[in-house]
Design a binder for this molecule. Structure first.
Ligand SMILES: [Zn+2]
Length: 67
């Protein structure tokens, strides 16, 4: 959530006007820079989803064999 120095308060994202302007005083509020997602995180996510899919497949085959 952006902080307005002039109003000395936090501005809710829903209250934020267009172009990140403070609804009270009209100051441009720049949101803190969002860090780009590192590729390692994406790789881990893909690996995790792949692993999970493999485990689900294993579980399903186990159930199929024990019915
Ligand atoms: Zn303000």
């Amino acid at each position: 959530m952006p902080w307005c120095d002039r109003c000395d308060q936090i501005v809710e994202d829903e209250e934020l006007a267009e172009d990140c302007l403070c609804p009270t005083c009209g100051t441009t509020l720049v949101e803190p820079q969002r860090r780009p997602i590192p590729w390692t995180f994406r790789f881990m996510l893909v690996a995790f989803v792949g692993y999970l899919g493999y485990r689900i497949y294993q579980g399903l085959t186990w159930v199929a064999h024990h019915l």
